[in-house]
Design a protein around this ligand. Structure first.
Ligand SMILES: Cc1cc2nc3c(=O)[nH]c(=O)nc-3n(C[C@H](O)[C@H](O)[C@H](O)COP(=O)(O)OP(=O)(O)OC[C@H]3O[C@@H](n4cnc5c(N)ncnc54)[C@H](O)[C@@H]3O)c2cc1C
Length: 406
């Protein structure tokens, strides 16, 4: 049970959920949530999807209105954490003030990996992580004509689909041999490649952007490693993120590809935890250290730490799941598909409704579904139960998945 103030650094999905869950669990001491963005805590997924496409107001993205924080006695502090004095259990803020903590939770998330290319600092070379960036891009795509997206990951493709739907000419440049290669099976990559191509998006695989061409202060296009030039008046970069570990590192906490925490999301300092995108956590479920970038991971981490800080310590055992909306298609992923050795398709690819069931040594490890929510729900449930079905059963649409859960 935590004694004293809980200070949370970062008011994203993980930080917000932790503050809310602490109160739900009956935590009655002071909670300080340090927010370095100029908005109330908000949801990120719509930034590359509905928000970018529509004309909604920033308020529509907020988890909760202002009064929630007042009513719940959650102190939302507009500042940035600058350093940690572990011996004194004190967090120093950029404004010069400080906060003493009983427990400190680092929920600092991740930041965009920046492009290191000539002209990458031009105004119309954009990134997409924060609300202000989405807002600015929404306005820019109303007047832009040709956009090049660098990186065919989830965010790059979601942006590309939205820009195309808005009538822009869209080229996507990807170094890998297929889209979303690090995250999904070839079955899913191929489907989305075809869908995006059918929508008129040109996807260039196995090539790298080597420089951004300019016309004065404006973007004129990009050069590719195979010698081609692609004209553009806007470049959007989606080449991955880096976890924000500096605060932990400078405080002498161990960091690698994230802030290192144990299976309860605790650093070696018993007064400091780390959660969400910034945390590299020991996962007994997968027998590995993982750093995941998803809403599920951030919010489940937060709930696990809230339980620990209110006297119910347990091992973090969340089942990873994720979604991505691209054009009219919804991709949902249950489990972790890394290391699979067999893929079985269920459903009708031609109709745009199918799932890839991924197996490793005969055991189901993940289900990737396109427009098949019931397969996704099944995947989450069966994997959470550490159960499996035979590949032949997965392939047979006559096989009743629900019956396998009883
Ligand atoms: C455009 C976009 C679309 C996405 N779509 C999906 C999706 O469809 N499905 C899905 O599951 N996930 C999606 N994600 C990923 C998901 O949003 C992240 O995994 C999630 O936001 C992680 O939450 P977090 O709290 O760990 O980090 P964040 O949400 O990044 O929050 C961290 C916060 O900490 C702040 N911070 C950092 N350092 C300091 C400091 N020193 N002091 C104070 N504050 C600090 C940051 O400014 C930020 O506000 C998407 C992400 C983006 C950017």
């Amino acid at each position: 049970m935590a004694r004293g103030t809980v200070v949370i650094v970062g008011a994203g999905h993980a930080g917000f959920q932790l503050a809310a869950s602490l109160r739900q669990h009956g935590f009655s001491e002071r909670i300080c949530l340090i927010n370095d963005e100029a908005h109330l805590p908000y949801q990120r997924p719509p930034l590359s999807k509905a928000y970018l496409k529509g004309d909604g107001r920033p308020d529509s993205l907020m988890f909760r209105p202002d009064k929630f924080y007042r009513e719940q006695h959650i102190e939302l502090i507009a500042d940035r954490a600058a350093s940690i004095d572990r011996a004194a259990r004190r967090l120093l803020l950029a404004s010069g003030s400080s906060l003493d903590y009983g427990h400190l939770v680092l929920a600092t998330g991740a930041r965009n990996r920046l492009l290191d290319l000539p002209n990458a600092n031009l105004r119309d070379v954009r990134y997409l992580r924060a609300l202000d960036e989405s807002e600015a891009l929404r306005q820019r795509i109303a007047s832009a004509r040709r956009v090049v997206v660098i990186g065919a990951g989830f965010i790059g493709l979601e942006f590309a689909a939205t820009a195309r739907a808005k009538g822009l000419e869209v080229d996507v440049v990807e170094l890998g041999a297929r889209v979303m290669a690090r995250a999904v099976t070839a079955e899913i990559s191929d489907f989305f490649q075809e869908r995006h191509a059918a929508a008129g998006i040109r996807i260039h695989l196995g090539v790298q952007a080597t420089s951004i061409e300019s016309d004065g202060a404006n973007v004129a296009g990009i050069s590719l490693s195979d010698g081609r030039h692609v004209p553009a008046d806007l470049v959007v970069v989606g080449v991955g993120v880096l976890p924000n570990v500096k605060l932990a590192d400078q405080a002498g906490l161990p960091v690698a590809a994230g802030i290192i925490v144990n299976e309860q999301l605790l650093t070696p300092d018993p007064d400091i935890s780390a959660i969400g995108d910034c945390a590299l956590f020991a996962s007994p479920r997968f027998g590995a250290s993982l750093r995941l970038e998803s809403v599920q991971n951030a919010t489940d981490h937060a709930r696990c730490v809230a339980a620990r800080l209110t006297g119910d310590a347990k091992t973090y055992d969340g089942l990873p799941w994720f979604w991505s909306d691209q054009g009219e298609d919804k991709l949902q992923i249950a489990g972790l598909t890394t290391g699979y050795d067999r893929v079985v398709v269920r459903g009708d690819r031609g109709q745009g409704s199918f799932s890839a069931f991924c197996y490793k040594s005969g055991q189901l490890v993940g289900v990737e579904s396109i427009n098949r929510a019931s397969d996704h729900v099944f995947g989450r449930r069966v994997l959470a139960m550490n159960r499996s079905i035979e590949p032949e059963q997965a392939a047979d649409t006559g096989f009743d998945l629900k019956a396998a859960l009883t």
